[in-house]
Design a protein around this ligand. Structure first.
Ligand code: USQ
Length: 383
C-alpha cells in the first residue's frame, strides 16, 4: 500500500513509518519538526537524543534495506501538501501531525493559538487534499480518549443512541475535553464528520489513551532508531514520567488525589491498532470511531505498579501527591467501551511487571541524562 504519514518524526509517527516500511509498504513521511522545536523552546527535550529525520531515514534504510521517503514541510501549507498527495497518490493517510501536549496548549495565548491553528489547519488541509486528489484514500486520524472527558455515564465507542420525546437518533457521543489541546481533537472530529457525510470521505478516528513505551522491533536492532521519549511535564505522558522519576529518585508526582482514571496502551499496540484500522478501511461516507486503549488505571494504581517494579530492581520508589496543576476530576466514574479494535483482532501487550522492569532497566542506562528541572509541573490551568 502507498501510505502517507503526516507527523512522521514524532513519538508515534516514526515507529509507525518504520513498522510499515518493514512490512513492505511504500511509506512517505512529512514533518516540520514542530514537536522538536516546541520541546527546545520549553526546555523539554527528550531523554535520549534523536537523530533528525534525514539521519533516521538513512539509518533505517541502511539497516533494513528498505526505503522510507520523507519531506520536511509544514502541513498547514496547503499547496505543499496537495502537491505531495497528488504526486504520491496515497491509499492511506495516517494523520499524527498535531501539537500533542495538553499542558503546552494551556501555557498562554500564543501557545493556545499555535495549537488551534496547527491542529485544525492540518486536519482541514488533509481533508481537502483528499477531496481534490485522492477521493478514495482512507484517512486514519489520531484522536484522543480525552475528547470524551470523564462523564458520569459509560463512554461508548464514538456514538450514542439518544431517545428523546419518543424518538431515537444516533449522534456523536457528547464530548467535553479538559484542555485546549483535547478540544482541538473534538473540533477535528466534528470537521471530519461534516466532510464524511457531505463529501463521502472514508475516515477512521482513533480515540487514543495515554501511551507508554520506548522500544519497538526496529529500535531493538539499533537504539538510534528509538522513538523520542519525553519525561518532562509538557510532552511526557504519565507512565513514561513515573518510570524516569523512579530511576532519578524523585517522588512520583501524583497530581491531586490520584483517582483520575484513563485508558492506557503500549506503544506497540498503537502500531498494531493503526495497522488494523488501515487494513480494514471503511466505506466511502463512513466515519468509524474506535477507542484505542487496552487497560484502565487510576494514577494511584500506576504509581503503585511503578513502585512495585522498582522494588524488584532494588530501586526504592517514593510516591507524593502534589497540587494538581490541571482542572480535572480527581475521583470519578470511568467505564469506556473498547471492543472495536479487539474485534479487528488486536492482541494487547499489557502493562506487566516485566514490561515495566524492562523500561526501568533501559532508562537506568541513561540515568545521567535525566534533568530534574524538567520533571515538576510548570504549567497551571489556573494561570
Ligand atoms: N498525571 C499525574 N502526574 C503526572 C502527569 C500526569 O498525576 O506527573 C495525571 C494527569 O493529571 C492526568 C493523567 O495523569 O489525569 C494522564 O496525564 P498524561 O499527561 O499522561 O495525559 P494527557 O495530558 O491527557 O495527554 C496524553 C497525550 C495526549 C493524548 C492523551 C490521551 O499527551 O496526546 O491525547 O494522553 S487521554 O489522556 O486519554 O486524553
Amino acid at each position: 500500500m502507498r501510505i502517507l504519514i503526516l507527523g512522521g518524526d514524532g513519538y508515534l509517527g516514526w515507529p509507525t513509518a518504520m513498522a510499515f516500511a518493514n512490512e513492505g509498504h511504500d511509506v512517505c513521511v512529512v514533518d516540520n519538526y514542530l514537536r522538536r522545536n516546541l520541546a527546545r523552546e520549553t526546555n523539554s527535550e527528550a531523554l535520549m537524543s534523536c537523530p533528525n529525520l534525514h539521519e533516521r531515514v538513512g539509518l533505517f534504510n541502511a539497516t533494513f534495506g528498505r526505503k522510507i521517503d520523507y519531506h520536511i514541510f509544514d502541513c498547514t501549507d496547503f499547496a505543499r501538501l496537495e502537491s505531495l498527495v497528488a504526486a504520491f497518490a496515497p491509499e492511506t493517510i495516517i494523520h499524527y501531525a498535531e501539537q500533542p501536549s495538553a499542558p503546552y496548549s494551556m501555557i498562554g495565548f500564543p501557545e493556545a493559538q499555535r495549537t488551534l491553528n496547527n491542529n485544525l489547519g492540518v486536519t482541514f488541509n488533509a481533508i481537502w487534499a483528499i477531496i481534490r486528489h485522492a477521493p478514495d484514500c482512507h484517512l486514519v486520524k489520531l484522536g484522543t480518549m480525552g475528547e470524551y472527558g470523564t462523564p458520569n455515564i459509560d463512554i461508548e465507542e464514538g456514538w450514542l443512541d439518544v431517545s428523546h420525546n419518543g424518538r431515537r437518533h444516533k449522534f456523536l457521543y457528547p464530548r467535553q475535553a479538559g484542555s485546549l489541546y483535547h478540544t482541538t481533537k473534538v473540533l477535528d472530529t466534528d470537521l471530519l464528520w461534516f466532510y464524511v457525510r457531505t463529501y463521502g470521505l472514508r475516515v477512521t478516528d482513533l480515540m487514543q489513551g495515554p501511551v507508554y513505551g520506548l522500544d519497538t522491533n526496529e529500535s531493538a536492532a539499533d537504539k538510534r532508531l528509538a522513538p523520542s521519549f519525553h519525561y518532562d511535564d509538557i510532552f511526557g505522558t504519565v507512565v513514561n514520567r513515573f518510570l524516569v522519576q523512579a530511576v532519578a529518585g524523585i517522588p512520583l508526582t501524583v497530581y491531586g488525589r490520584g483517582g483520575q482514571t484513563r485508558g492506557y496502551l503500549n506503544l506497540l499496540d498503537t502500531l498494531q491498532c493503526v495497522e488494523l484500522a488501515m487494513k480494514s478501511p471503511v466505506e466511502r461516507g463512513e466515519l468509524r470511531i474506535l477507542n484505542q486503549f487496552t487497560e484502565q488505571f487510576t494514577v494511584n494504581e500506576l504509581a503503585q505498579r511503578v513502585r512495585d517494579a522498582g522494588k524488584r530492581l532494588g530501586i526504592e520508589v517514593r510516591i507524593e501527591s502534589i497540587e494538581n496543576p490541571r482542572k480535572e476530576l480527581e475521583e470519578h466514574y470511568y467505564n469506556a467501551r473498547h471492543s472495536g479494535l479487539l474485534e479487528l483482532r488486536l492482541k494487547p501487550h499489557f502493562m506487566t511487571e516485566e514490561v515495566l522492569e524492562k523500561m526501568l532497566s533501559r532508562i537506568m542506562e541513561c540515568r545521567d541524562a535525566i534533568d530534574p528541572k524538567k520533571v515538576m509541573p510548570r504549567v497551571s490551568w489556573r494561570s
